[in-house]
Design a protein around this ligand. Structure first.
Ligand SMILES: Nc1ncnc2c1ncn2[C@@H]1O[C@H](COP(=O)(O)OP(=O)(O)OP(=O)(O)O)[C@@H](O)[C@H]1O
Length: 124
C-alpha cells in the first residue's frame, strides 16, 4: 500500500471517530471516563502491567461502542421503520458494550481499590 492510500485510509477512520463522537452521547461519556481513569492512573503510579490492562479495557469499551453505533446506523439506514428483528439486532449490539463496560469496571476496581484503600489508611 502506498503512503497516499494509507493516509486516505487513516483520514476516513478519523472521520468515523469524529462522527461517532459528534452523534453518540455514550461514546463521549466513555471518552470522559477514559480520561478520568488515565489521570487516576498517573496519580496512582500504575505499574506497566496495570497500564496494559487499563488501556486494553479502554480500547475494548471504545471499540464496542463504535461497532454498536455502526450497527445502529446501518439498521436505521436499512430499515428506518420499527421492526422486532431490528430491535433484536440493536439489543445484541448494545449488549457487547455492556459486557465490555462490566468487565472494565471489575478490572478497574481490582487495580484501583487497593490503592484507594492504602491512600485512605495512610490518612488515618
Ligand atoms: N427500528 C427499530 N425497531 C425496533 N426497535 C428499535 C428500533 N430502533 C431502536 N429500537 C430499540 O431502541 C433501542 C435503542 O436504539 P437506538 O438506535 O435509539 O440507540 P441509542 O438510543 O443510540 O442507544 P445506545 O445507548 O445503544 O447507543 C434498541 O436497542 C432497540 O431495543
Amino acid at each position: 500500500m502506498n503512503v497516499k492510500k494509507r493516509n486516505i485510509g487513516i483520514s476516513y477512520a478519523w472521520n468515523g471517530i469524529k462522527e461517532v463522537f459528534r452523534s453518540e452521547l455514550n461514546f463521549r461519556l466513555h471518552i470522559v471516563a477514559a480520561i478520568v481513569v488515565i489521570c487516576s492512573g498517573v496519580i496512582c503510579h500504575l505499574t506497566k502491567i496495570e497500564w496494559a490492562f487499563i488501556l486494553i479495557c479502554i480500547a475494548i469499551v471504545l471499540i464496542t461502542e463504535i461497532v454498536n453505533s455502526a450497527i445502529e446506523k446501518m439498521m436505521d439506514f436499512l430499515n428506518p421503520e420499527h421492526h422486532p428483528s431490528v430491535k433484536v439486532i440493536k439489543d445484541i449490539a448494545a449488549s457487547s458494550v455492556l459486557i465490555a463496560a462490566f468487565f472494565a469496571a471489575i478490572i478497574g476496581t481490582i487495580i484501583f481499590a487497593p490503592k484507594i484503600i492504602d491512600f485512605i489508611q495512610g490518612l488515618l
